[in-house]
Design a protein around this ligand. Structure first.
Ligand code: DX5
Length: 225
């Protein structure tokens, strides 16, 4: 499915990791009307101390949600998984700068005609990752240590979001600035004010008492604009 381009809105992206997997189809149908795309948090138990799911779940999520899928590969060797997640229906695949072969994985994603994202962990200096900006369709600033949902938003990441926004603006290229980790009604406005335009939300979204209000609050995080 064709992946959307940044157009000034704030994109809300449910992280499937936090869905109720005993009724995944119903969960995806529930979030679909309020979401711009969905994210698969792929974990291999080596790059991060957790294991999540493979391309077969990605294919099921693409079918059940009817939304574009962004696969966030938190894996040691992303090159090994690009083809499988491309085949499972991901329209955008994000690899970590810290993983082995990240640049060749990005080149492979682009060669497959998909959108490419680059993610950075909280402690990784931005200079190196930002040199790859000309290749990217999305830049993901992690606002938690990758590996688990339900963590607390690291506010110290906000200057990094600002720096990446400045670099994207200077490049003049249509690159999503995504943040992922601890996004809720309180932290979303902080992230958007710093320059994020794609908000990944897992635990706060799937546990929201009123999903419509929650997602509307995230989309409206820009306030007056
Ligand atoms: C961490 C994951 C989480 C998840 C979002 O590796 O990437 O950040 O998607 O989970 P919440 O919204 O619960 O922090």
């Amino acid at each position: 499915m064709k992946f959307p381009l940044p157009d000034g809105r704030v994109a809300v992206v449910p992280s499937v990791l936090s869905a109720d997997f005993t009724r995944l189809g119903a969960e995806l149908r529930r979030v679909r009307p309020h979401s711009d795309w969905v994210q698969l948090d792929v974990m291999d138990g080596r790059f991060v101390p957790n294991i999540s799911f493979g391309p077969h779940v990605g294919a099921a999520v693409a079918r059940a949600s009817g939304l574009p899928v962004d696969s966030h590969l938190m894996v040691e060797r992303p090159n090994r998984l690009v083809d499988a997640f491309a085949a499972s229906g991901s329209g955008l695949i994000t690899v970590h700068y810290e993983s082995l072969g990240a640049l060749s994985a990005i080149r492979k994603i682009k060669a497959l005609g998909l959108k490419a994202g680059l993610a950075v962990k909280p402690a990784t200096p931005l200079a190196g990752p930002l040199r790859l900006l000309p290749l990217l369709d999305l830049f993901l600033v992690m606002t938690v240590e990758p590996g688990f949902g339900g963590q607390k938003f690291i506010r110290a990441m906000l200057p990094r979001v600002k720096a990446v926004r400045a670099a994207i603006t200077k490049s003049g290229r249509p690159v999503w600035l995504q943040v992922d980790g601890g996004i809720n009604a309180d932290t979303a406005p902080l992230a958007v004010k710093a320059g994020a335009d794609s908000l990944v939300a897992g635990s706060a979204l799937f546990s929201a008492v009123n999903l419509v209000e929650f997602t509307r609050a995230l989309k409206g995080s820009r306030g007056g604009r």
